[in-house]
Design a protein around this ligand. Sequence first.
Ligand code: NAP
Length: 301
Amino acid sequence: MIYDMLIIGSGPAGMTSAIYGLRANLKVALFEKSAPGGAMINTAKIENYPGYKSIDGVSLSMNMYQQVIDLGVDYYSREIEKIEKGDDKFKVFSDGEIFYSKTVIIATGTKNKKLSVENEEKFSGRGISWCAICDGNFFKNKIVAVVGGGNSALEEGMYLSGLAKKVYIIHRRDEFRASKRIVEEAMEKENIEFVYNTIVTGFFGSDKLEGLILKKLTSGNETILNVDGCFEYIGQEPNSNFVKGLNITNEKGYIMVDNNFETKIKGLFASGDIINKEFRQIATAVNDGAIAALSASRYCK
Ligand code: NAP
């Protein structure tokens, strides 16, 4: 099978590209290694995507997914290992098979960063989580900590405050990166307590997590905090290892593109959170995905 447009990643950027590609009558393949929706699917509540005053991430993901399936995309649940540029087509490698396409759009987004402190590995999945919507239910009426000071930490902290008895939000500074409105909303929750200027230096417990070791940055003092669960929301890193050989990323691993979302390799595009940009939102991913697909359609013709 030779495609006109092969999209890697089915978050909002990838799925928008698929919609535009299919409506331009192109033969489109969409590859995804986990569930459709990307980071969206792990988001409890979305309130800044036009058309929905409030929607949960799973529903928005499934709406987009159903739309691309109904339009006739070839959807593959598999991982891409490598991309090679041939004379007039790209070769895309997945699990011993090669797929050919005139254009490729990389929309693989980012993955959650880890704290990389003592015992994190040991208690990962045994109290430490990176997804409140997936694991929050395990902590009904229990005590949890959320680490981070960005939109994700505050939003998911609020989601957890509806399940847990108590939520500690532990932030390394005394100012938040999250938007003012979200911070104000979180501060109104009675069962959220903010712990400022503090980092987590380790985890402890027996067979499951029992607590955190904290260090106050202003004094250097170490304390322990007994919790049943800990959710890490300390930012993201790009899913771009599979394109390392192509020399299209910056020093942090984000893909460099021009105004048409094309990389320096003609016919190879990138969009959404994986590209080097300042604002990472569902709305900006959708914008990138549309422009990448329109540019790729023009390239095909
Ligand atoms: P983020 O905005 O990069 O925030 C990461 C937070 O973790 C920062 O507060 C940072 O502290 C802290 N941090 C980083 N490394 C740490 C470490 N080793 N130990 C302790 N704390 C650490 O990440 P995000 O919240 O995942 O958001 C990612 C992107 O998605 C952002 O662009 C965000 O705006 C967007 N997003 C938007 C929405 C929305 O619009 N509703 C929702 C979710 C995410 P410092 O502040 O000190 O650097």
